[in-house]
Write a protein that binds this ligand. Structure first.
Ligand code: HEM
Length: 160
């Protein structure tokens, strides 16, 4: 949440677009709710870009290999602890266009709709880990960040 608020100060044009979406979908007479989420693709794209650009947990795991395996010529024996580099995946220049630019529209299609969860870009977001031991609090965290950020921006302009 702190990072999201700082990002709004750093990227005022993004803040303004979220506020326009809040105005259009929610208005001023009530706070944003979960029922608004599906109608606010830009705000949700900002949330995804926050996870990618800032990558709150840069290295996740560890995992133990359950069998001998090899990766890019390296032999990894069974029982080795492996840590995966989330920051690198989120800033891989061979996949992301301008990975060091904060650009929420990378998660929107040509119609301005949010890319579906199965889209490769969303599949490459590892903010909450992967597999059976991925973050159990992901849904709670994501909902809180959406509601917190939109409720604040509905009522305040953030500036340094
Ligand atoms: C933005 C907020 C959060 C981020 C970025 C985050 C990220 C992560 C990551 C990367 C992991 C390790 C996943 C892996 O090893 O593959 C993890 C595990 C975990 N997280 Fe979160 N988390 C967040 C919020 C929360 C919240 C709100 C809760 C609880 C209410 C929570 C509870 C847990 C638990 C219990 C695990 C261990 C799961 C397991 O080992 O099976 N997290 N989280």
């Amino acid at each position: 949440m702190y990072t999201a608020l700082a990002a709004m100060v750093n990227f005022p044009e993004v803040q303004k677009k979220i506020q326009e979406e809040i105005q259009r979908v929610v208005g001023k007479d009530r706070l944003p709710g979960l029922e608004d989420r599906n109608k606010m693709p830009y705000s949700r794209a900002v949330e995804l870009e926050l996870y990618r650009y800032y990558t709150p947990i840069g290295a996740a795991g560890p995992r133990n290999t359950t069998q001998d395996c090899s990766y890019k010529g390296y032999s990894i024996p069974k029982g080795t602890k492996v840590i995966y580099n989330v920051w690198r995946v989120h800033h891989d220049e061979s996949f992301w266009e301008n990975p060091f630019t904060f650009d929420p529209t990378r998660f929107l299609d040509d119609n301005g709709d949010l890319l579906p969860p199965e889209d490769e870009k969303r599949q490459r977001l590892l903010t909450f880990g992967v597999g059976k031991r991925s973050c159990i609090g992901e849904k709670l965290a994501r909902v809180r960040i959406f509601l917190g950020l939109t409720s604040i921006l509905q009522n305040f302009d953030l500036a340094s």
